[in-house]
Each structure stands twice: as structure tokens, then as C-alpha cells.
Design a protein around this ligand. Structure first.
Ligand code: GUN
Length: 310
């Protein structure tokens, strides 16, 4: 069996198309487009790429995107001052502070920053109020990556109601909110982590397996029930030739890519899983584009929410 590949680019394009009328209607009614403030601290190369893609996608969809950069020498207090300014600014409907923050800001800095964002502008869905609303099934702004996964499953006609869903990874950004969103769609959800016993066998009970652990090629075919849907949230840059050769067969185009560039982007799911799964999200081109599409959707939702009387 070869898995059906779920095309994240196409689904993201459809979502982005669907927000255009709402952006136009907002701009007509309010006299300005929905606004998104993005704060990037330092020069982390992966964050530079993610932020560039977010700015471009937002601008292409007619949003006003305001990128605020701080040097890597900025302190947590400097960053909190910027967040407070964006909280008070009317044209900024959404606020996103790109993580990770520089290590020098200290442990717990990201959570302190997320806690400082006005929940009505929290397009990442990381504020405790947003998390509480999500757990209670009344999210206004749910985290972008897991809500993108739900859109992908829905639009690909993959049933969630009654399905056994297994999530590998319990992060605040993906694993935990993913569990809530699947539970709200009546899946039976198990969340696994580094201490889980018999992990491959447990994963092999899943109708829907979500890999969100940040380890290249960790989910091998023995984790996958034949025909299951496998969602790969991982984005790992592999620069070690031994790892690349363990993941990709000799002569494969991806290995040739690695030889040419010295690196290759790989998900958390081993490429051989395509032979076992019923449906699979590729990396790149699977979940990644959906995260950005959901950010645009959340920004429009935040903008609309702020215009409604409380
Ligand atoms: N870093 C990696 N993913 C994300 C995300 O979804 N939001 C923010 N703010 N930072 C991230």
C-alpha cells in the first residue's frame, strides 16, 4: 500500500482564499485592514524563515503586518514593553511573539511574554485564558498548528468521530491543544511522551497518529497500523550524513538533495511509513503551510472579535 499524500499547500491555499472576503468586509466596515503585529527577537535562522513566510502570507491576504524586530541583546523587560505597546495599539488586532526567544532571556521567558499578550489579540492561542477556553470547548483563538491539522483532516474527509487518535508529544504548542481539538471532535485520544511504555505498540492502535516530538524520522513503520492516517508535525533540519543515509534509500531524490546542499528537512515520521499508512502529510508541504493559513484566519477572527461590543 502507498499512502495518499495530504496536500497541505492546496488546503492552505483554499483556507487563505476563504479569508479574503472577510478581510475585505472588515476593511470596508472599519476603514482599515485587520492588523497583525509580529515580534522577532534576535536572528535565529529558522525563525527568520518562519517570520518571513508569515509576513508575506499576511500581506498577500490583505492584512496589515507590522514586523517589530529586537536585537538578540534585548532584555525580557524590553520585549514586555513592546508587547504592552501592541496591546494598547488599536490597529494591531493580533500579536505574535516568535519563539524560541534568546536563551539569555532566561527559562520561562516565553511563557511570561505569552501571559502578557491581551487574550483578545492572542492569535497564537498560548495565553492561559485562551488555553482555558480551548479546554472548555469554547476557543476563540486556538493554536495555529493543531487547528491546521483539524482543518486538514476535515477537508480530506478523514473521520474523527469515534476514531482512536494517538499523539506523540505533549508540548503546549502542539501536543496538548491537539488532544483537546480531537477530543472535541469525539475522537478517543491518547497523548504519549518520553516516559510512555510500549510506544510503538500503542501508536499502532491509532486510526489517526500525530507525530509532534521534533526528532527526525522517529516514527517508523512498526508504529503504524496499516491504513492509518499519519500526521507529521515535525520540521527537522538534518545535517548529519549518517542520519540522512539512514532515512533515505541510496539513489533517492531526497538523498541527492542532501548531497547537493549539505542538509535536508525531515519530519518526525520515517519516509518508509508511506508504504504502510493510508494517508500521510508530507514534509515539507504538509502541516507547515496550514499553520500560516490558520494564523491569518485567527488574525481576522481577532479583528472581528474586537469590533463586537463586549
Ligand atoms: N515557534 C514555532 N512555532 C511557533 C508558533 O506557532 N508561534 C510562535 N509564536 N512561535 C513559534
Amino acid at each position: 500500500m502507498t499512502a495518499r499524500l495530504l496536500d497541505g499547500q492546496a488546503i492552505a491555499a483554499a483556507i487563505r482564499q476563504s479569508v479574503l472576503p472577510d478581510v475585505a468586509a472588515f476593511a470596508t466596515a472599519v476603514g482599515r485592514p485587520p492588523g497583525l503585529g509580529i515580534v522577532l527577537v534576535g536572528e535565529d535562522p529558522a525563525s527568520e524563515i518562519y517570520v518571513r513566510n508569515k509576513v508575506r502570507a499576511g500581506t498577500e491576504s490583505g492584512l496589515w503586518v507590522d514586523l517589530q524586530r529586537l536585537p538578540s541583546s534585548a532584555t525580557l523587560e524590553d520585549l514586555l514593553v513592546v508587547v504592552e505597546r501592541l496591546n494598547r495599539s488599536d490597529p494591531h488586532d493580533g500579536i505574535l511573539v516568535q519563539s524560541p526567544l534568546p536563551a539569555a532571556m532566561g527559562r520561562g521567558a516565553a511563557q511570561r511574554v505569552f501571559d502578557a499578550i491581551d487574550p483578545e489579540k492572542d492569535v497564537d492561542g498560548f495565553h492561559p485564558v485562551s488555553v482555558g477556553r480551548l479546554v472548555q470547548g469554547r476557543a476563540q483563538l486556538a493554536p495555529c498548528t493543531p487547528s491546521g491539522v483539524i482543518e486538514m483532516l476535515q477537508r480530506s474527509d478523514i473521520p474523527m468521530s469515534g476514531a482512536r487518535a494517538v499523539i506523540v508529544g505533549r508540548s503546549e504548542i502542539v501536543g496538548k491543544p491537539m488532544a483537546m481539538l480531537l477530543l472535541q471532535r469525539d475522537a478517543t485520544v491518547t497523548v504519549c511522551h518520553s516516559k510512555t511504555r510500549d510506544l510503538p505498540a500503542l501508536c499502532a492502535t491509532a486510526d489517526i497518529l500525530v507525530a509532534a516530538i521534533g526528532r527526525a524520522g522517529f516514527v517508523t513503520p512498526d508504529f503504524v497500523r496499516p491504513g492509518a492516517t499519519v500526521v507529521d508535525v515535525g520540521i527537522n533540519r538534518v545535517t548529519d550524513g549518517a542520519i540522512a543515509r539512514r532515512l533515505f534509500a541510496p539513489g533517492s531524490p531526497r538523498l541527492a538533495d542532501f548531497e547537493r546542499r549539505g542538509s535536508v528537512v525531515v519530519g518526525d515520521v520515517h519516509p518508509d511509513v508511506v508504504e504502510v499508512a493510508g494517508a500521510l502529510t508530507p514534509v515539507p508541504g504538509g502541516v507547515g503551510p496550514l499553520t500560516i493559513a490558520m494564523l491569518l484566519k485567527n488574525t481576522v477572527a481577532a479583528a472581528q472579535g474586537r469590533q463586537r461590543p463586549a
